[in-house]
Design a protein around this ligand. Structure first.
Ligand SMILES: Cc1cc2nc3c(=O)[nH]c(=O)nc-3n(C[C@H](O)[C@H](O)[C@H](O)COP(=O)(O)OP(=O)(O)OC[C@H]3O[C@@H](n4cnc5c(N)ncnc54)[C@H](O)[C@@H]3O)c2cc1C
Length: 245
């Protein structure tokens, strides 16, 4: 199954209950921003219900030096084995696959990302690559988390250097008042989308997160009259919820 061996360079925590792994990128590994791999760990430190294999989006951009993966911490054998890796240890991955890429929307219309939690991983890759290429297309991100401490890459994304860029965070559990620009409370809903997207029929919606989130967003867009043809979805099958508190 696996085509590439990756050598771990660095492991760190980047948000509450969220692990970041950087690997040396093999010279012949290529991918399009937004794609994912199947990763396999060997020498499981605990039993695993899925034989040590998980699908993971690549959170780094193609132009970046290393290959990054960012995942919610968990108790599964796979996650425990990942957490025990030391620099120099290896994992195996397939070649990159997946359609959650800008190739799906080659017409240049604005892109609106609806993101639930750790679904931000392919979005970071796409935005960083777009900034690197000085892409002048319009990008909007509506990024939903329970609390700001769960919002992976928050500081970095706030400061992405894109010419036409709106970055909006919404916190579903935070009871503190909003601290200012482009901050919301509650779940992503129709009025929130319309507040930041003036012409919902004239954009592409890219939806990514756990299956329940993606399903809820698809229903909302369908109720708003947005056609399926302008939606690209990436449900993180297997992801069951927000990190433990
Ligand atoms: C295209 C795609 C891209 C994805 N990209 C990402 C990504 O970038 N980042 C990311 O985090 N996820 C991503 N996922 C989801 C990922 O593949 C996993 O399904 C997810 O991270 C959950 O894996 P897990 O090992 O924690 O839980 P699983 O083993 O799948 O278990 C499901 C639930 O059971 C619990 N559980 C499992 N074993 C135990 C145990 N022994 N004791 C107690 N509880 C247990 C887990 O905590 C979890 O809540 C992606 C999925 C797809 C399909």
């Amino acid at each position: 199954m696996a085509n590439f061996t990756l050598i771990l360079k660095e492991h760190k925590i980047v948000a509450d209950g969220t692990d970041f792994y950087a690997f040396v990128k093999p010279a012949d590994f290529t991918f399009e921003a937004g794609q994912y791999v199947a990763m396999m760990v060997s020498h499981l430190v605990a039993p695993d219900n899925r034989a040590g294999v998980r699908s993971l989006s690549i959170s780094s951009a193609p132009y970046e030096e290393h290959l990054h993966f960012t995942m919610r911490t968990g108790e599964s054998g796979f996650k425990q084995t990942m957490a025990a890796l030391k620099p120099g240890d290896t994992v195996a991955v397939t070649k990159a696959i997946g359609h959650f890429t800008l190739s799906q929307a080659a017409d240049g219309l604005p892109i609106v990302f609806l993101v639930g939690g750790i679904g931000i991983t392919p979005v970071r890759s796409i935005l960083k690559q777009a900034a690197h290429e000085e892409n002048e297309r319009s990008f909007t991100v509506l990024y939903s988390n329970r609390f700001v401490k769960d919002a992976t890459f928050h500081e970095e994304l706030k400061n992405v250097k894109l010419k036409n860029f709106q970055y909006v965070t919404t916190l579903s559990q935070d009871t503190m008042p909003c601290s200012g620009g482009n901050e919301e409370r509650g779940y992503i809903c129709e009025s929130m989308v319309r507040k930041y997207v003036s012409d919902v029929q004239g954009v592409w919606f890219y939806i990514v997160g756990g299956p329940a989130f993606v399903e809820a967003m698809e229903k909302m867009l369908s109720d708003m009259g947005v056609t399926k043809e302008r939606q690209v979805s990436d449900p993180f099958t297997g992801l069951t919820g927000a990190p433990k508190k």
